[in-house]
Design a binder for this molecule. Structure first.
Ligand code: PHE
Length: 468
């Protein structure tokens, strides 16, 4: 990554010349693949299905889809364009465009700092399951108590967490992300095919059809502000938005790449995998546990409890399970690398440290922050913050509080400070921006109003003032 000095606040031409020295994604395909590598991860495979199960199935899916094509599209374009225009990553991009707004970059940078540790705890769980399947314990994992028993321990989940974050840190430290990205170009398609196969199998299990219907038919009685907040947080999380990551990716994008069509491709890919993952998990819950409310609201553990049962009942399930967990591990690693890379580059830039030391500091800090998330499922289970266990608390604070705030500030910044026109011009430097009207309206009015309403209601609800 080349670095250069910012020499003026509104000096765009100069930036454009300089940004030529920044190493670029060689093509649109390169950009889309790299962005998809960051976007597709545990968010799609682990988080989306449990949220869909919990928040009313089809109602959640519909809300999510509407948000993807409106908010998701506008915000992804906005971030990429800010990055491409300034040639800077989040921290500097905002202050480059307007000195006073630099703090938004800082807010955004805080998000990956919170996500990385607990993301790695879950990455560790994936590792554990891969190992369990390889070492012939596939049947044991299908047992009802296996997962709860495992995450309730002290040493084992901590060990797998350390392994996951350790590998992430080594890859970032030795700068071998390229190798991982190459490997994930093979892994990703395998993951898609496998998810499809498992989803079809799962949907055909006895009693699963009811689950398919629950997953795809919106039942408006399930609609609440919490559903929208959950879907919005998930959208940001899954597309790696509202945390500065897309700004950084945009800063490496060439000027002749069509932004809106790249965003469409990433969205289709990301949402497609999440949809299939839901189809793989939700109907299976109905098949194995009858779709009771209790079974559906299992939260973060849902995938780990349900999928081993699916694999156990499948012919060749152990082998399929091994390949599946291996692919998911890769998808999780490409995402955790992108999270750690972001944190490292922020710390490195700000404190002018060398890269090795920075990697070590970020690694150590993430380990310390990750420990409560791991122990919170066992010996620290009775410690609650605002009623949340540690992992759920970090997840809530980043997804349902910080990211909506960053998104809101980003929209206000674009809508009223630099004006949508500035970014539309940037987009049109490469191709016609057909959705520019939609883009402006969402950024200026719809997104800010909706985010304020949703945040407002959820705060009131949290304090028990209204019931929504
Ligand atoms: N988008 C990733 C996922 O769905 C998570 C992630 C968030 C990755 C932020 C990088 C940055 O798993």
């Amino acid at each position: 990554m080349e670095k250069y000095v910012i020499i003026g606040v509104y000096n765009f031409e100069r930036f454009e010349i300089m940004s030529n020295s920044r190493s670029n994604f060689s093509s649109k395909l390169g950009f889309v693949l790299a962005t998809a590598g960051s976007a597709v991860g545990l968010g799609n495979i682990w988080r989306f299905p449990y949220l869909a199960a919990k928040h009313g199935g089809g109602m959640f899916l519909l809300t999510y889809l509407i948000l993807v094509i409106t908010f998701g599209f506008a915000l992804a374009c906005a971030e990429i364009l800010i990055g491409r225009k300034t040639g800077q990553s989040a921290i500097n991009a905002f202050s480059t465009l307007s000195k006073k707004w630099g703090f938004v970059g800082w807010f955004a940078a805080l998000v990956p700092v919170i996500i990385l540790p607990y993301y790695s705890v879950i990455g560790g769980w994936i590792f554990k399951y891969l190992f369990a399947f390889i070492s012939g314990q596939a049947t044991a994992t299908a047992d009802d108590g296996y997962f709860v028993d495992f995450i309730g321990k002290v040493g084992s989940p901590l060990g797998w967490f350390l392994l996951f974050i350790g590998i992430t840190a080594l890859i970032v430290l030795f700068g071998v992300e390229k190798g991982i990205e190459k490997a994930s170009k093979i892994m990703m398609p395998v993951l898609v095919v496998l998810t499809l196969v498992i989803a079809v199998y799962s949907a055909c299990m006895p009693g699963a059809w009811e689950g398919v219907l629950y997953y795809i038919t919106p039942d408006f009685s399930h609609f609440s502000v919490t559903t929208v907040l959950a879907a919005m947080g998930q959208l940001f999380y899954s597309m790696s938005l509202a945390m500065g990551i897309m700004i950084t990716y945009g800063s490496y994008m060439k000027k002749d790449v069509n932004v809106s069509s790249s965003v469409h491709q990433v969205e289709i890919f990301d949402t497609g995998i999440a949809f299939l993952a839901g189809l793989m998990v939700v109907p299976a819950v109905f098949s194995f546990s009858g779709g009771s409310e209790e079974a559906l609201s299992k939260g973060p553990s849902l995938m780990f409890i349900t999928l081993p049962k699916v694999f156990e009942s499948m012919p060749g399930g152990t082998v399929i399970g091994i390949i599946f967990f291996l692919m998911v591990l890769f998808a999780a690693l490409t995402s955790s690398i992108s999270l750690m890379e972001t944190v490292v580059s922020v710390v490195q830039d700000k404190f002018k440290l060398n890269r090795k030391i920075t990697c070590l500091i970020v690694f150590a800090g993430s380990v310390i922050l990750g420990i409560p998330s791991s122990l919170g499922n066992g010996i620290w289970a009775n410690i609650k913050i605002f009623g949340f266990a540690f992992l759920d608390f970090f997840d809530f604070i980043s997804n349902s509080v910080l990211m909506p705030i960053v998104a809101l500030l980003t929209c206000i910044f674009i809508g009223y400070v630099i004006k949508p026109k500035t970014l539309i011009e940037e987009a049109e430097a490469s191709a016609q921006f057909k959705e520019k009207k939609l883009f402006s309206v969402i950024i200026k009015y719809i997104a800010p109003i909706c985010i304020i309403l949703i945040l407002g209601f959820s705060v009131l609800e949290a304090f028990g003032i209204v019931k929504v």
